[in-house]
Ligand binder design. Structure first.
Ligand code: HEM
Length: 507
C-alpha cells in the first residue's frame, strides 16, 4: 500500500523537477547570450494576451518596442515555456521569409488533426511536402486573368450592396442617414462574394443575414472567450489543442461546408461546363484521388481566409474615412469622375485606374493588417542541425519565429506619424523603398497570401459601391481612438464600428 509519505514525496519531487525544468527552459536565451525579454514563469511573454487584456497585435507591439529589443535586429522571447524569436530587422525578415524559405516553409500554427479535418488540411495549415504540391495547383485560381473573369461576379454582389444600402430607411440626421455596425455590414457583402466566386452559389446574406453562410461564418470569427482560447491554442500552444478540444470548424460548420461544396462539385460535374475556377480545380483533385477531406478543406479555407480579412479591411477603411472627411471627399471625387466617364458603369479597368482608392486601401492595411503577425517554424533536414540567422544566432529545428507586422507597420522609423491615416504616403513619388518594404499586410515570400488580388479587388468594388450613394460620418457611438478587441486574434474593433451612413448620390 502507498502511504501518505510516499504520495507527499512524489508530489514534492514532481514540483522540484518541474521547477528545474521550467528554470532551465526560461534561461535558454541567457545561456545563449542573446538579448531576450524577461518572461513570466507561467505565460512566458504572452501574459497580457493569454489573460485577454490585450490583443496579439498590441502584445507583439509591446515586445517589439521593449527597451531590450528597441535597437536589436531580433530578440529572444518565450511562448509559454518554449523559446522563440521575434525578428525586427527587415533584411533578416526577408532572409527567413524569402531567401531561406526552405528552412522556414511551415507555420508554427497547428490545428486539431483528429477532430478538425477541414481546419488542419487546408493550404494555410498544411505542412510540406503537401503544402508545396497544393499551393502550385491552387495558384492558377488567382491569376490576374482569373480576376478579370471573376470581376463581374464580384460587381454583381457590389451592386446588391448598393441596392441594400439604398433600401434602408433613413431615420437619423433629420431623415438623411441611418446607422449600422460596419464590420457586420461588410461581412454580409464579403460572404456573398466568396460564396459566388469560390462556390458559384448565391448566399444572399444581405437579404437574409441569418442565412447558412453568414451564420456559419459568424460562428468562426465571433470572438467569445472560448473562441479566443481556441485561437490562442492554434497559434501559440498546439499541445493545448486536444485538451480544450479546439477546432476551427465546429461540427455544424463542417457539415455545412461538406454539404455545400459537395453540392457545388456535383452540379458542376453534371453541367459539364468548365469555368477554370476553384470548383474545377477541386474536380481535378478528385480525379487525382486526393482524399475528400483534403478537397473540401481547400474550399473551406477560401471561405475563412477570404471574407473576414476583407470585411475587416473595408470596415476599417470606412472608419478612417469617417474620421478623415477630407480624404473621404477626395476619394468620392475620384469615384465621381471615373463613374461620370463610364456612364455610371463599374468596370475592371475603372476599379484598377483609381489611384486614390488604391492608396487608401494600402494605408488601411498598413494601420490595420487583419493578421497582425506572421509565424514560421524552423525546419532543418537534419533535426540536430541549427539554422544560422547571423553570426550570433543559431535557431534550432522546431523553434517558432515571429514577424510582428502590425508593430513594424506602426514604426516611425519607416512611417512618419505612424498612427495617422495618410494615404498619400503610398503615392509613388512619396514612397521610398523602406516604406514599401516595411508594409507587408499579405505576408511575403512563397507562403504569402494566395488571395491578395481577390482581396484587393473585392475591397475596392465594395467601397466604390458603398461610397457612390453614401458617405460615412462619426456619431456618438464611433470610437474616437481606435481600440482593438482583446479577444480577437484577427484584428477587430472593440465594440464594433458604428457610424452614420448618410445618403448622398454622386451621380
Ligand atoms: C484584404 C484581404 C486579405 C489579407 C490582408 C490577407 C492576409 C493574409 C496573410 C497575412 C496571410 C499569411 C501570409 C504569410 O504567412 O506570409 C494570408 C494567407 C492566406 N490567405 Fe489571405 N488575406 C486576404 C484575403 C484573402 C482572400 C480573399 C483569400 C482567398 C479567397 C485568401 C486566402 C489565403 C490563403 C489560402 C492563405 C494561406 C496561403 C499559404 O499559406 O500558402 N486571403 N492572407
Amino acid at each position: 500500500m502507498i502511504g501518505l509519505t510516499e504520495v507527499l514525496l512524489f508530489c514534492i519531487s514532481s514540483i522540484v523537477i518541474l521547477y528545474f525544468y521550467l528554470k532551465y527552459n526560461f534561461s535558454y536565451w541567457r545561456r545563449k547570450n542573446i538579448p531576450y525579454i524577461k518572461p513570466n514563469y507561467i505565460f512566458g511573454n504572452l501574459k497580457d494576451m493569454v489573460l485577454m487584456k490585450k490583443t496579439a497585435a498590441y502584445m507583439f507591439k509591446d515586445l517589439y518596442e521593449h527597451k531590450i529589443a528597441a535597437n536589436e535586429p531580433y530578440v529572444g522571447i518565450h511562448i509559454f515555456n518554449k523559446p522563440g524569436v521575434l525578428i525586427r530587422d527587415l533584411e533578416l525578415i526577408k532572409k527567413v521569409l524569402i531567401k531561406d524559405f526552405n528552412n522556414f516553409s511551415n507555420r508554427f500554427t497547428r490545428m486539431n488533426p483528429h477532430n478538425d479535418p477541414l481546419g488542419s488540411n487546408n493550404l494555410f495549415l498544411l505542412r510540406n511536402p503537401m503544402w508545396r504540391e497544393l499551393r502550385q495547383k491552387l495558384t492558377p485560381v488567382f491569376t490576374s486573368g482569373k480576376m478579370k473573369q471573376m470581376f463581374y461576379l464580384v460587381e454583381q454582389i457590389g451592386n446588391k450592396l448598393d441596392e441594400h444600402l439604398l433600401s434602408v430607411p433613413l431615420n437619423k440626421q433629420g431623415g438623411k442617414a441611418f446607422t449600422k455596425e460596419l464590420k457586420e455590414l461588410c461581412a454580409l457583402y464579403t460572404t456573398d462574394v466568396i460564396a459566388s466566386v469560390a462556390y458559384g452559389l448565391n448566399a444572399n446574406s444581405m437579404k437574409d443575414p441569418n442565412g447558412e453562410f453568414r451564420k456559419n461564418g459568424r460562428k468562426l470569427f465571433n470572438f467569445t472567450v472560448g473562441r479566443a482560447v481556441d485561437f490562442m491554442s492554434f497559434f501559440f500552444l498546439p499541445q493545448f489543442i486536444p485538451i480544450v478540444n479546439a477546432t476551427l470548424f465546429t461540427k455544424e460548420a463542417s457539415n455545412f461546408l461538406y454539404a455545400t461544396i459537395g453540392y457545388a462539385m456535383e452540379e458542376r460535374e453534371k453541367s459539364g461546363v468548365t469555368r477554370n475556377d476553384l470548383i474545377d480545380v477541386l474536380l481535378t483533385f478528385k480525379k487525382q484521388n486526393y482524399s475528400h477531406d483534403m478537397i473540401v478543406a481547400q474550399a473551406a479555407v477560401f471561405f475563412t481566409a477570404g471574407y473576414e480579412t476583407t470585411s475587416s479591411t473595408m470596415s476599417f477603411a470606412l472608419y478612417e474615412l469617417s474620421q478623415n472627411q477630407e480624404a473621404q471627399q477626395k476619394l468620392r471625387r475620384e469615384i465621381k469622375e471615373e463613374l461620370t466617364k463610364s456612364n455610371g458603369k463599374i468596370t475592371y479597368d475603372l476599379i484598377n485606374s483609381m489611384e486614390y482608392l488604391s492608396i487608401v486601401i494600402q494605408e488601411v492595411l498598413r494601420m490595420y493588417p487583419p493578421l497582425p503577425f506572421l509565424d514560421r517554424e524552423c525546419s532543418m533536414e537534419d533535426q540536430n542541425e541549427y539554422y544560422q540567422l547571423d553570426d550570433k544566432l543559431r535557431i534550432p529545428n522546431g523553434m517558432p519565429v515571429y514577424i510582428p507586422i502590425y508593430a513594424i507597420q506602426r514604426d516611425e522609423k519607416y512611417f512618419d506619424q505612424p498612427n495617422k491615416f495618410i494615404p498619400e504616403r503610398f503615392l509613388p513619388e512619396n514612397r521610398d523603398k523602406l516604406t514599401y518594404n516595411a508594409s507587408m499586410p499579405f505576408g511575403i515570400g512563397p507562403h504569402n497570401c494566395i488571395g491578395e488580388r481577390l482581396g484587393l479587388m473585392q475591397a475596392k468594388i465594395g467601397l466604390v459601391n458603398f461610397l457612390k450613394n453614401h458617405y460615412v460620418a462619426p456619431n456618438e457611438k464611433t470610437q474616437k481612438e481606435m481600440v482593438l478587441d482583446p479577444l480577437a486574434l484577427i484584428i477587430a474593433a472593440k465594440g464594433g464600428i458604428y457610424c452614420d451612413i448618410v445618403r448622398d448620390s454622386l451621380l
